[in-house]
Design a protein around this ligand. Structure first.
Ligand code: CTP
Length: 434
């Protein structure tokens, strides 16, 4: 393919692809910088997405000048609040629409040692672009009135976009910031690109040097989990395994074809087992599956990607049930109580992981039935009803109420009186057995 010369000015593209609101915001941002004697550029992801004709909600601005002073002035003009991070010379504005504007001073970043957080110093736009992760993310567009829309592409990002390549800008890039190894795979898969050859070699070298171990579990989590929430997560996981990144995170050496096809079942599993509640993200279903295959110790996984206590708990239960799927799933007409009591307390992560590993439609339909019709069912009586019926409160109440629930599930339609009778019979039997 003959490379197409990058357009010098992409104003027409911006007019065509941005909403009027976004376009006017950028025009206003440029004017304001002019008033303050500074220059501001749209930079990184949004420029890449404009050129790829992909929607982008990000608004990342870089300022040649005092970025924090500029951010304050922009926030005042937009009448929004602004949070500054002086150490990194960055600020973020939260828009009432839910979007964000990130403002950064054009800066270089110095890494004291591999994976450390950088110290920063102001520089020109050109130098700022060269310190970035990949050429496709190292383009900027001027927002200044005099050359609005001018594309700055010193690192060859436009050519790499056309060639479909993810290319680092210098040999130490992955060592400076090892999260880039994970990001690289995200861009490859999301855009259907490939790692440029030398970039792939550098990534493998950085893996050999155990670069991922230099960064905090929190940073590993912050970059990995959003990727596992994308539609293309199954392909991302397969590619992370192929490159050895997954192994470096303690999540297994290989993703075989059968495993890959189970991963492909996760999005349909989430659709089949919809739930109202806000819960842990879909990413955890993938983690449960790969932790199960790799026999990853969940406590160890947590040291790798900082799981919360709740997440650890959920993953442990999910891994246990997919490793030992209950026999009830293969029964043609199981009792509802059996289904309920076997799957009771299953999280959406556990349920979706279990659904994804089943290739039998019958098993899947049992999981769906539990999820949609059974998991919230409760008996029509409670402990107070047992006391009112003359029972002595005690530890056996729990089992008696489960008996009431069993009657409700298996002997429908049942009345509260029938459930109460079953619970009392159960208590009487328990008494006799002492
Ligand atoms: N960047 C970088 N190194 C990183 C992370 C980010 O150089 N480890 C730079 C890139 O220029 C990137 C920009 O910071 O484009 C913004 O980062 P981010 O918002 O995380 O990514 P985007 O490129 O905007 O991609 P996405 O669409 O995933 O948000």
């Amino acid at each position: 393919m003959t490379p197409v010369k990058p357009p010098d000015n992409i104003t027409t593209l911006m007019e065509a692809r941005l909403s009027t609101w976004q376009y006017n915001l950028l025009r206003g941002a440029g004017q304001l910088a002019g008033e303050l004697g500074m220059r501001v550029y749209l930079v990184g992801g949004p420029v890449r997405d404009l050129l790829l004709n992909r929607p982008s909600t990000d608004c990342d601005l870089v300022v040649e000048g005092d970025g924090l002073r500029y951010a304050e002035a922009l926030a005042a003009r937009l009448n929004v609040t602004c949070t500054a991070h002086e150490r990194f010379m960055t600020a973020v504005m939260h828009l009432p629409t839910g979007g964000e504007i990130d403002v950064a001073t054009a800066r270089r970043e110095i890494y004291e040692h591999p994976g450390s957080l950088p110290t920063v110093a102001p520089v020109t736009l050109g130098k700022d672009l060269w310190r970035r992760d990949f050429s496709i993310n190292a383009m900027a567009v001027s927002l200044a009135e005099e050359d609005f829309g001018q594309l700055y592409d010193p690192c060859g990002g436009h050519g790499d976009l056309q060639a479909g390549l993810v290319r680092v800008l210098h040999d130490k890039s992955f060592l400076d910031d090892p999260t880039r190894m994970i990001r690289a795979v995200g861009f490859e898969v999301r855009f259907g690109f490939s790692l440029e050859n030398q970039t792939e070699n550098l990534l493998k070298e950085a893996l050999n040097q155990k670069a991922l171990s230099y960064i905090s579990p929190e940073r590993r989590r912050d970059v990995l989990l959003p990727l596992l929430a994308e539609q293309v997560a199954p392909t991302i996981i397969t590619r992370l395994a192929e490159l050895g990144v997954l192994a470096a995170l303690g999540l297994g050496e290989v993703v075989t074809e059968p495993m890959a096809s189970v991963l492909q079942q996760v999005p349909p599993a989430w659709a089949a087992l919809e739930g109202e509640e806000e819960g842990p993200p879909q990413a955890l279903t993938y983690l449960a599956l790969i932790a199960h295959w790799a026999r990853t110790d969940i406590a160890h996984l947590s040291t790798q990607i900082q799981l919360t206590g709740d997440e650890e708990q959920i993953l442990r239960k999910a891994v246990a049930i997919i490793g030992n799927p209950p026999a009830v799933l293969s029964m043609r007409n199981p009792k509802l109580s059996e289904l309920y009591f076997t799957l009771e307390g299953l999280s959406r992560i556990g349920a979706t992981a279990l659904w994804a590993v089943q290739d039998d439609p019958l098993a899947r339909s049992h999981i769906e039935q539990f999820w949609h019709n059974l998991r919230d069912v409760a008996a029509d009586i409670d402990g107070d009803d047992l006391v009112a019926a003359g029972a002595e409160p005690g530890p056996q109440f729990g089992a008696a109420l489960r008996e009431a629930l069993r009657v409700k599930l298996d002997e429908a339609p049942s009345t509260a009186e029938q459930q109460l009778a079953a619970a009392l019979t159960h208590l009487a039997k328990a008494d006799r057995s002492f």
